[in-house]
Ligand binder design. Sequence first.
Ligand code: ATP
Ligand code: MN
Length: 483
Amino acid sequence: MAFNRRIKIKQLIEEGKLGEQVTLMGWVRTKRSNKHISFIALNDGSTIKNYQIVADPSLINEDVLRKISTGACIKAKGTVVASQGAGQSAELAAASITVLGEADPEKFPLQPKKHSMEFLRENAHLRMRTNTFAAIFRVRHALAFAVHKYFNDKGFFYIHTPIITASDAEGAGETFKVTTLDLKNPPLTLDGKIDFKQDFFERETNLTVSGQLEGELAALALSDIYTFGPTFRAENSNTTRHLAEFWMIEPEMAFYDAEDNQDLAEDFLKYVISYALDHCQDDLAFLDQRAAEEEQQKKADQRSELGLIDRLKMVVENQFVRLTYTEAIDILKNSNPNKKKKFSFLIEGWGSDLQSEHERYLVEKHFKKPVILSDYPKEIKSFYMRQNDDGKTVAAMDILFPGIGEIVGGSQREERLDKLTERMDEMGIPKEEMWWYLETRRFGTTPHAGFGLGFERMVQFVTGMGNIRDVIAFPRTPGNAEF
Ligand code: ATP
Ligand code: MN
């Protein structure tokens, strides 16, 4: 006989099933007992809601009841009855309970009390058993599903780009090397360098920092594509917005210019957030409450004006502000924090790279709406971005969100072979290794554009979590690859 003939708590709550016999399986959140009766709050992860099980000691063996404690896994069979207590309309009157897995209360780390986020990160193997993390991962799932649905409905094709590559798409060099060479005794060339010809791929390879370049190859055949895969950056930035391993969504579209690209990105972000608002109501209500409690801990002048759900609605209901880098520099140069030297990096003038403090000033203080910044100086952007006619800027765009800063980075790509190779030469990008990329400009080139959305930053925005380590199951950051 099959073991799993149970109903999930989500379905049971939706369908009611008063008077019916059901089997539940899940993990005990709490147990309250007196001589006459025990109340067990059970959660199986299908919803944030617990289901109450009522155990009568005249029916359930005393030995079994003793083993039921916070964290234990049980199977309970019984009849759904109307509940006497407040908090639920129905409950399970247990006819039999089996303990599938005990959790010694002396040793089980998660007790029914508030744990610090730091403690839960150290216990990431168990933290999904808390309301907060289960809610985050259900929302994360809904967002991932919405991403695929959005693009599928629009006729985009999902392309799986390689994880091991020989190119460093950004030219930034912050890559993790991939090798099977003996690190203690690597083969050397005559001039004493490591001889990668003897390595597995017969060349130097690394984990990908972006699927974009391969994505472009696909767009120049299938018109509209997207990638959604892991990306790796060995940047040693211990911030609340950077991971060494994160998931990136990169649509790439033939026959799109910079404005088409901005329109798509705005529509896409609004769709995905609306999807969460429509499909994750219980979890978002819980996270909204949680965020409100966190805000109360902050100093009055650092609290955000909007609650979590209001912030999501604000993004969905408002047009994003669009302005150029040059216009943004003017605003920043004349801003109070710049004049009063409150920024850690003062804006001296045109050409400065924008730091997260500047991005957040624009979004949170100046416009109070998401912002699409475009047309950055070519010196601070990648070689593949299309050069504007002014000779100084490129058709780049960054989308800035409240509380997050940069959530999307994209551009119209340079489709003109001569302009592209000129820029590669200026920036010292080796053309020989990129021969395959250049061939797309040699054969049937066309205007095209795309962008990259850091998936965890989106999950952070929607769940209101302050630290990116709390929106991926097992974060990879400098000094941390446990689990
Ligand atoms: P930042 O300036 O915030 O480091 P970036 O300019 O390096 O971002 P891109 O190279 O444009 O970012 O990558 C596209 C998107 O990927 C970013 O807009 C961001 O959402 C996300 N992203 C970039 N680096 C990380 C990281 N280390 N961890 C998580 N997400 C990231
Ligand atoms: Mn970066």
